[in-house]
Design a protein around this ligand. Structure first.
Ligand SMILES: [Fe+2]
Ligand SMILES: [Fe+2]
Length: 475
């Protein structure tokens, strides 16, 4: 099959010879990367029941079938254009959106696209060993669904680089396959994407919290004046929703099973003795991945964020829901900032400079809604008094005004000694990791069966039964 037929797209690839040539050059390197750095042990002898986008309309964006992973058809899709779309914010508000990259914003836009693009293959690399420890075929299939879609998101960013950034864009597209998660010499660009994801609890917490950072970034990029960037990220959001579903329901199912096991064993019993995952352990993983993901939103006070907004490159999430003027030239944000004596005190910051924090506000609210669902639908429903709590946004930060200081999960400032003494209460420990590795040591590959530490989902994929063979091995 010709490459332009292999790549489902709505960008008229077959008549865009320049783009087609660039992709023909890049695609073999992508497949090599996918085989080396993608799901280990599932490349050649497995068929996976996956969703593939073959068009952007309701009928085509979720086409389900069995496919071998390296044969997945990674496509290029932009959401349908909005007629007479206008710039919605910043200094150019009201002008027509751009179909080409303005020279003066070329570097800033390329940077935004490369940073977003770098996260996509990074998470595939982080998750590559998980298939060998899966709790069920249903979960295995969901892992691969997330992985192929992160691969498609990389294609989406590479499409923009190849189409709008000339030779620089081609070089960036190659470099996106050369950096690797956790690699000492050429790591991924953002810290959370260099952390190993070697347990399924890490995977669920990552898809709950770090993919949700992806959602807030994509929402803000989908406001962009660069219309192809807006349309690309808008379509990515439809896929991203599934990733967060995997994370939220994954942890809900673990908590559900924990509650069942606690009831069976008697509430005073250590749930680990019966193979469950205790709630404090889950809380430590929530603390870790939530705080890592807060860092991804950048410094509280940021001139980059101000420039992106001023120039119309990156808006707020759901920009039109804000009741203000969308220009923000005179407004301010009340932020706790460190003064010269090292104390935190409320300070007014020009709103444009506080936009990372504004996006973080949106993100924290979206996370809180998910945590509330766990508490209400699982812990409260089982009559337990324990609750999962989001830690303070000051806790465990490596970026911004709270970095290099210590706070407990409630946000109370503590000494370095107290932090050292107590951090094992708050963050995943070696023993936690060892325990999780022990209960996932034997993977569950039998259709309809689930590991002891996780409850089955409420329904199967695409209305199929839970005992459907979501991943099948070729003879
Ligand atoms: Fe993604
Ligand atoms: Fe994602």
């Amino acid at each position: 099959m010709q490459l332009n037929e292999r790549i489902p797209n709505n960008v008229d690839l077959s008549s865009n010879k320049r783009l087609l040539r660039a992709l023909e050059h890049w695609q073999p390197a992508y497949i090599d990367w996918w085989r080396d750095m993608g799901p280990q042990g599932f490349q050649d002898h497995h068929q996976v029941y996956l969703r593939t986008a073959v068009s952007v309309d309701a009928a085509g964006w979720a086409h389900f079938d069995y496919v071998k992973l390296p044969d997945y058809r990674w496509g290029i899709f932009l959401a349908e254009p909005t007629r007479d779309r206008r710039i919605g914010f910043g200094d150019f508000k009201g002008q027509p959106v751009w179909q080409e990259v303005p020279g003066e914003f070329r570097n800033q836009l390329r940077r935004l696209i490369v940073v977003q693009g770098d996260t996509e293959p990074a998470s595939v690399e982080q998750q590559r060993m998980l298939g060998q420890h899966c709790p069920s075929l249903y979960d295995l299939r969901n892992l691969f669904q997330v992985n192929v879609e992160e691969g498609r998101h990389l294609w989406a960013m590479v499409y923009l680089l190849h189409s709008y950034f000339g030779r620089d864009g081609r070089e960036e597209a190659e470099a996106l396959l050369e950096r690797n998660s956790g690699n000492a010499d050429s790591p991924r660009m953002l810290e959370a994407f260099n952390e190993p994801i070697d347990t399924w609890l890490d995977f669920f917490a990552f898809t709950m919290f770090t993919d949700r950072d992806g959602k807030s970034q994509l929402l803000s990029l989908s406001e962009s004046s660069l219309d192809p960037l807006s349309r690309t990220t808008r379509f990515m959001l439809t896929e991203e929703a599934h990733h967060m579903f995997v994370g939220e329901t994954g942890i809900a199912r673990i908590l559900e099973r924990t509650c069942q096991l606690m009831k069976e064993a008697g509430f005073s019993e250590d749930v680990r003795k019966v193979g469950g995952i205790d709630i404090p352990l889950v809380q430590r993983f929530v603390n870790f991945w939530f705080s890592q993901s807060l860092d991804l939103h950048g410094s509280e006070v940021s001139s980059n964020a101000a420039n992106y907004f001023t120039n119309g490159l990156k808006g707020r999430a759901e920009e039109d829901r804000y009741a203000d003027d969308h220009v923000l030239s005179g407004s301010s944000y009340l932020l706790e900032v460190m003064d010269d004596s090292g104390r935190l005190s409320p300070t007014e910051v020009p709103m444009r400079n506080a936009l990372n924090e504004v996006l973080r506000d949106w993100y924290v609210g979206d996370c809180q809604a998910g945590v509330d669902r766990w508490n209400k639908r699982v812990l409260e429903a089982h009559g337990l008094s324990e609750r999962i709590l989001l830690p303070s946004r000051k806790f465990n930060r490596k970026v911004g005004v709270y970095a290099n200081r210590h706070f407990d999960p409630a946000g109370v400032s503590i000494s370095a000694e107290e932090w050292e003494r107590r951090k094992a209460e708050w963050l995943p420990t070696h023993a936690d990791k060892e325990y999780l590795r022990s209960i996932q040591a034997i993977p569950v590959y039998k259709a309809g069966q689930f590991a002891n530490y996780i409850a089955p989902p409420q329904r199967g994929v695409n209305r199929l039964p839970l005992d459907f063979e979501y991943v099948r091995t070729e003879a």
